[in-house]
Design a protein around this ligand. Sequence first.
Ligand code: ADP
Ligand code: MG
Length: 266
Amino acid sequence: MNKTGPRIITVANQKGGVGKTTTAINLATALAAIGEQVLIVDLDPQGNASTGLGIDRRDRNVSSYDVLTGSLEIEDAAVATAVPGLSIVPSTLDLLGIEMEISSAPDRVLRLRNAVRAASERSQSFDYVLVDCPPSLNLLTLNAMAAADSVLVPLQCEFFALEGLSQLLETVEQVRASINPALEIQGIVLTMFDGRNNLANQVVQDVRAHMGDKVYETVIPRNVRISEAPSYGKPAILYDLKCSGSQAYLQLASEVIRRERHQRAA
Ligand code: ADP
Ligand code: MG
């Protein structure tokens, strides 16, 4: 179905614990569930997306490190998951050293982009590639932004939600001005919302006031089933489809698809 290569969505926020990995995994699962071929690239040395999709650390013989160093083609570094249609390029702790290793290479920021493009040229293509970023605006995140069509930003519903967002958006601007002029903001998703908390309601209002229609209508609730799912090596959508968190991620997926169609047509 992809005549134009995959749509590449980078899930980024330099803060940790805001829901990047949870969003990447569940969005990817929702897309795979409607028949898309989806690849997650785990670019966080912590490897939470890999663990959360049931890829045990001991079983990681291939990784995103191999892709970035050029020793493996991306499709050869992808492993199947329990979700039909969803595979992942796992991460290993080797990634911690990548910055040092490739920092003097002229193409250091373009490693992921070139790997994805090369795969498309071999027709080893996916409909969607989702990149799960580390909690940092480092070379890994820059690789993810350079490769992407769009950036999806999870923001936790807490007091400091907007703090740091301007720095992230500035980085997107810089990437756009230099290596990836077509980069868009897919959207901002508010996560871990607790409606009983007045502050959370205030945060939702503030973020919508500042960021307007960049913010998805869907708000992801705080939901214990979501936090349990990774310890079973499953996306929440597989672990408990009916829970409020899974339902919210399905709704988010439909918004993402709508925006992708719109951006692709533009
Ligand atoms: P990040 O990738 O930004 O560091 P994670 O997706 O790993 O963030 O989420 C941080 C922690 O919060 C994880 O333990 C995760 O299971 C939990 N979590 C994420 N989203 C929710 C949610 N909607 N409800 C409850 N717990 C959540
Ligand atoms: Mg993470």
